[in-house]
Write a protein that binds this ligand. Sequence first.
Ligand code: AMP
Ligand code: ZN
Length: 113
Amino acid sequence: MSDCLFCKIIAGEIPSTKVFENDKILAFKDINPQAPVHILIIPKEHYESVNALDEDSAPIVAEIMLVAKRLADEFHLSNGYRIITNIGDDGCQSVKHLHFHLLGGTKLSERMA
Ligand code: AMP
Ligand code: ZN
């Protein structure tokens, strides 16, 4: 989508610190980190959120989880980490391109909301 921030990052029109890329998935450092390790993992295909997935597109989430696991290993998160995806206004989703936050490198808050 032409007016989507993350599509522009995928296209290289906006710079990012990439930590993983393949034909379907990109991962880069969050510009405003909430933890020592804060990486965003996104599909290159534009989906607004989990709500836009269907049976055909949902397998990308499994691939993203495996990328998250690989990055957790690379960034030495052997003591644990968290994966979050925000959906819609109540979920405080600010960028309307499906993304998964990979957070770690410290003891995270027990609060979920
Ligand atoms: P969410 O609030 O779940 O939609 O998360 C959007 C995330 O994108 C936030 O954590 C922002 O800090 C992050 N973000 C916004 N712009 C950029 C950017 N240009 N590069 C990297 N991360 C960004
Ligand atoms: Zn997009």
